[in-house]
Design a protein around this ligand. Structure first.
Ligand code: HAM
Length: 436
């Protein structure tokens, strides 16, 4: 026997029982962003490898260890996108969307790919909803991004389970000076560092700050801090952001060790974290990347954004019991047919009803079956009414209309009267213009 085929580790099917929650999340987010004036952009999943190597940075875990990279048939090195920012910057540049200082407020959603060790909340194919804003240098837009995520948490009912962490990484010069000071401090204590941090000391020393190793963390207690190296402009920018968050009533914690794992950030960085999901508790993360567009060959263009992990948000909704009931839409009407002629007539009648009633969710029984089995299916579907069409009904051009969720006898309704009768008994259904 041949081996049963399986999905790739860390790449999940999202089954019909879960897709209503996904759609609810995506819809809530899209509606919210519409209200703030953000526009959707759809980007390819594959890009030239160089885009990520240059954008996210050699020496980061994502680029060095986690990318799905391969040569295509033309020997070009391509990579499945591990995140959305680099591709978005490439797209706005390529299409001139930020030329002449044009402001762009964009959002996207879709799968991202990272070869990480799968565990709860961490997958190899995962989904992000992300936002990127271009050509707005001030802290007002950083504040807007955070304020709108806070509104999303309230809309989803998870506001009490998430907390905001904030930091400023300063200018690249300030970061370079800080990096030197940190490296000097840690080099003197090299033997006490964990192995991973020893390696990072040359490749990406700032990442040592968020090491999970207790001894390394203890060493860092007396290390120089980034805040001491902030340049005056970045300090003022950070103060501006904090003042706006204070005014908007958004609580935050300053985390001087928050540095993020991607190289493009400068100034603002933030993460929304929860303690409800175990180790993978960051549900949304982002920051400012004013140097990225010029790094890709464009004119200097400020940029700021964030991305949230959809799987983690779905887990959070489930953990908190915040998935709204009745997301999966049951039909309002289930049509049972008996006999071949009735089945044919029911197909036409169902289409006419769909045409004349907007919002109607009508399921026509498929696969025939006995009276009992069709009624069982009608009941299981959650429909409010069964429509019954057999030889007798067909001859009289009527249907039997039977309530399934409340007491009540079956009534006979003429085909011509059906739209009006259904509109009367179903709140969310309207008669379309053509049939008025
Ligand atoms: P990131 O922190 O790498 O940032 O990812 C953002 C979010 O994606 C994380 O906070 C997490 O919720 C989710 N995430 C990341 N990796 C995984 C994974 N393996 N499994 C499940 N969820 C995951 C970025 O990607 C930046 N592009 C965000 C950004 C946009 N910054 C500015 N603009």
């Amino acid at each position: 026997m041949s081996k049963t085929l399986q999905a790739i580790r860390g790449m999940n099917d999202i089954l019909p029982a879960q897709t209503p929650t996904w759609r609810y999340l995506e819809r809530t987010f899209a509606d919210l962003l519409d209200g703030y004036g953000y526009h959707e952009i759809r980007l390819p999943m594959l890009e030239f490898t160089e885009l990520f190597a240059r954008g996210i940075g050699e020496g980061t875990d994502v680029v060095d260890k986690e990318m799905y990279t391969f040569l295509d048939r033309n020997e070009e090195s391509l990579t499945l996108r591990p995140e959305g920012t680099a591709g978005c910057v490439r797209a706005v540049l390529e299409h001139g969307l930020t030329g002449g200082g044009q402001v762009q407020k964009l959002w996207y959603t879709g799968p991202m790919f990272r070869y990480e060790k799968p565990q709860k909340g961490r997958y190899r194919q995962f989904h992000q909803i992300g936002v990127e804003v271009f050509n707005l240098p001030g802290p007002d837009i950083d504040a807007e991004l955070i304020v709108l995520t806070a509104r999303l948490w309230r809309a989803l009912g998870v506001q009490d389970a998430v907390a905001l962490q904030l930091n400023s990484l300063g200018s690249s010069e300030a970061r370079a000076a800080y990096r030197d000071a940190l490296v000097a401090y840690l080099e003197a204590r090299f033997d006490q560092l964990d192995e991973d941090s020893q390696r990072r000391l040359t490749s990406n020393p700032l990442r040592i700050l968020d090491s999970k190793n207790a001894q390394t963390q203890a060493l860092l207690a007396d290390a120089p801090t980034l805040a001491d190296y902030l340049d005056p402009e970045s300090r003022a920018h950070f103060e501006g952001l904090k003042a706006r968050l204070d005014a908007a009533g958004i609580a935050y914690e300053i985390n001087p060790k928050l540095v993020r794992g991607l190289d493009y950030y400068g100034r603002t960085v933030f993460e929304w974290v929860t303690d409800k999901l175990g180790a993978q508790g960051t549900v949304c993360a982002g920051g400012r990347y004013d140097g990225l567009v010029s790094q890709f060959g464009g004119k200097p263009t400020p940029g700021v954004g964030f991305a949230m992990g959809v799987e983690r948000l779905v887990l959070l909704l489930e953990t908190l019991g915040q998935v709204p009931e009745s997301l999966g839409k049951a039909p309002q009407v289930y049509v049972c047919t008996f006999g071949e002629a009735a089945e044919l007539a029911a197909l036409t009648l169902s289409e006419q009803l769909r045409e004349s009633l907007s919002g109607l969710r009508l399921w026509l029984n498929s696969g025939a079956g006995s009276f009992k089995s069709q009624f069982k299916k009608a009941d299981k579907s959650g429909a409010r009414y069964a429509l019954i069409l057999g030889d007798d009904e067909l001859a009289a051009q009527v249907v039997g209309l039977k309530p399934l969720r409340e007491e009540g006898d079956q009534q006979r309704v003429a085909w011509a009267d059906l739209p009006a009768v259904l509109v009367n008994c179903l709140e969310d259904v309207k008669q379309t213009q053509a049939n008025h």
